[in-house]
Design a protein. Sequence first.
Length: 190
Amino acid sequence: MIIKDLYRTALIDPCSQGADELRIVSGYATSAMASRHLADLQKMNPSVKISLLVGMCPLDGLALGNHNGFCEIASNSLENFVCSYIRTLPPVHGKLYSWYKEKQLRKSFIGSANYTHCAFFSHREILSEISDPDVMSYYDTLKNDSIYCTHGEIEDAVRFHNDKRYYHRHPHEDIGNLILLDCNQLQYLC
């Protein structure tokens, strides 16, 4: 069981050991986390790829700032970052981080940590390494129930919320990555 230094252990070390692709399933995720993580990984391997599935969208929707951030990262990183949202009920609350090298599964981690700064740097979360080849089919099944964040019909498939209202309803997410500019405006740090 991993209870300390989750970021390094689960999200950095596998890449430094040669893995070249990370497939993530996370109930909640933030674009600030994706931006930081991708930048850290690309220092080791400029061609590393992250594929992210955000699972709680059918129930909670998504903060518009995060959606815009995910789209910007996807647009600017060519093939290095792909983000999709689960679009059908039931929502997915699980967290799975699976590393691959040349399309072969190398390491997987499951636990409580959402793909957010709060989960990996502030909260007391846990992850555990697992060796179950079914993670590949689990990810693929969920991917079939998702829509790319950059899809032309994304606004018909997922509800987007004003950031302030969304974070008021979901304080467990990455409120630490927001700066209050004035009482009515929030802006992301990426």
